[in-house]
Design a protein around this ligand. Structure first.
Ligand code: KIV
Ligand code: ZN
Length: 530
């Protein structure tokens, strides 16, 4: 590593907010087990800070942040809190198990539009509340970050005043959010340069930026910010997040790595070879599909279709490739296991992937693996993630698929016969539909008597080859309750039926726990807001 790269002042802190802001993405909420898997992988990726949730938002959020703080070692573990004492105290309690790595992130809007319409507060009241909250947070831990929400639309002079006041109050980081994704790179870069110049005590804190992608500029804005003095980027895996999402971690990290020359040799501690695996895991756990042409981690990111490109690559790789797929963890030969692999090999590999399989689960994980080996010649990491994903859902399986049969064809009315189990009881029925999947889901509705409306359906091949596992993602409306779920199988009708049943089970569980359809219990529900 060069001296320049080694230098601390050139280091850009990677603050991952996949589990907090990313999870605010409609339909992407994760249960505590899924969050823990993602957090463990983020630690392997070597991010500096994991923002694990918003503890006051719900008991589930609190437990998830606490579990991450207890179990995930390495990064700082942050929780979000409004500038309200009870939020800060709840957050402090959740992150406390992280010990010296506990981190409180508190925020308050500062822009004129938010002051006037949302908070109905004058500037001096905002400063007072922010200062009091930062002081309160500092009584619990050494790392306290303050975010002036909607900073990019705040008057720069007032923004500087707020930053100076919270740093004096003990904030170790001031985070400048482009909350509504309104900024453009040249202007956002200038704003950071302005703060570096005008906030007198700025040397006592680190500037982070937190950009949303409403204009598709989140990564560009974050890079402009680090070019102008910011030393922390808040980002999410796959750019997951509310509306158009947040700054994509993999893009900003690889942008700095590949174009170090353009960024004064800034560097991050991220182990880039873990990027692809992390992206796949987050996609699986959140149910959010990664678009094929997504930079860095999309299926097409390193695929050269055009003959002229292929010819060039064969002659000299750098003609058309600015980074190697291996650098981001895409090897092209990640085929790992097959029918001759034994138990030991399976669990060692799952362990390397970050999955801790409980002793009492090992037998059934191994059996499921063997069943898959009978259907598929090669087992890839993604196949294993699909197996594990089903296990880390904590939704009780009220209905399970026991058997199905579909008849379909060009001159046949698609008809399905489905048998479901509910505990010891077995139910069977048939129905016709517009296609084999429709017929299967209609039959499920007839059996369960809880009809859902399919709002969204997508099918993606998890791995390659003719025997690839197909992963179905559904969003189903049960009355006002919107639930997203996924399932995978080598048979797409089976994957569809299982995904639909996962959504139904999640809905039934939410009803049964009497928390109401709006309350997040275990499944993935839409439109969640802290
Ligand atoms: O986008 C935003 O402003 C936020 C803050 C809480 C940092 O997410
Ligand atoms: Zn945000």
């Amino acid at each position: 590593m060069s001296a320049a790269k080694n230098s601390e002042k050139n280091r850009v802190i990677i603050f991952d907010t996949t589990l907090r802001d990313g999870e605010q993405c409609p339909g992407a909420s994760m249960n505590i087990h899924e969050k823990l898997e993602v957090a463990r992988q983020l630690a392997r990726l070597n991010v500096d800070v994991i923002e694990a949730g918003f503890p006051i938002a719900s008991p589930g959020d609190f437990e998830a942040v606490k579990a991450v703080a207890e179990q995930v070692k390495g990064p700082y573990i942050a929780g979000l809190a409004r500038c309200i004492n009870k939020d800060i105290e709840r957050c402090a309690e959740a992150v406390a198990p992280a010990g010296k790595k506990a981190y409180i992130h508190t925020f308050l809007a500062t822009s004129a539009i938010h002051r006037q319409f949302k908070l109905k507060k004058a500037k001096h009241e905002i400063v007072k509340q922010a200062v009091a909250s930062v002081k309160h947070a500092r009584t619990f831990c050494d790392r306290v970050q303050f975010s002036p929400e909607d900073a990019s639309r705040t008057e720069p002079e007032f923004l500087a005043e707020v930053c100076e006041a919270v740093i004096d109050a003990g904030a170790t980081t001031v985070n400048i959010p482009d909350t509504v994704g309104y900024a453009v790179p040249i202007e956002f870069g200038r704003l950071i340069a302005y703060l570096v110049e005008h906030v007198k005590n700025i040397h006592r804190a680190i500037i982070h930026v937190h950009c949303h992608n409403d204009l598709g500029l989140a990564v560009a804005n974050s890079l402009a910010a680090v070019r102008n003095g910011a030393r922390g980027v808040e980002c999410t895996i796959n750019g997951l997040g509310e509306r158009a999402g947040n700054c994509s971690l993999e893009e900003v990290v690889m942008g700095l790595k590949v174009r170090g020359d353009a960024f004064g040799r800034l560097w991050t501690s991220v182990k880039t070879r873990e990027l692809y695996r992390t992206s796949r895991l987050v996609s699986q756990m959140s149910g959010m599909v990664v678009q094929r042409n997504k930079a860095i981690v999309g299926a097409n990111a390193f695929a050269h279709e055009a003959g002229i490109h292929q010819d060039g690559i064969l002659k000299e790789r750098t003609t058309y490739e600015i980074m190697r797929p291996e650098e981001v963890g895409i090897s092209g030969s990640d085929m790992v296991l097959g029918k001759h692999s034994g138990r030991h090999a399976l669990f060692v590999h799952l362990g390397r992937m970050g999955f801790q399989v409980a002793e009492d689960q090992k037998e059934s994980v191994y059996n499921q693996f063997k069943e898959l080996c009978d259907k598929k010649k090669y087992i890839y990491d993604d196949d294993l993630i699909a197996i594990m994903r089903e296990r880390i859902s904590d939704i009780p399986q009220v209905y399970t698929l026991d058997y199905f049969h579909v008849a379909t064809g060009t001159s046949t009315v698609p008809t399905a016969t489905v048998r479901l189990k509910k505990g010891e009881e077995v139910f069977q029925d048939s129905a016709c539909g517009d296609g084999p999947v429709d017929a299967t889901l209609k039959t499920i509705d007839r059996i369960t008597g809880t009809p859902g409306t399919l709002e969204d359906y997508s099918l993606q091949a998890v791995t390659r080859g003719e025997d690839a596992v197909g992963e179905v993602s559904v969003t189903v409306a049960f009355g006002k309750d919107m639930v997203s779920a996924k399932a995978a199988s080598t048979d797409i009708v089976e994957a569809s039926a299982k995904a639909y049943l996962n959504a139904l089970n999640s809905h039934l569980f939410a009803q049964q726990t009497a928390k109401g359809p709006k309350k997040k219990a275990a499944g993935r529900r839409q439109g969640r807001q802290p």
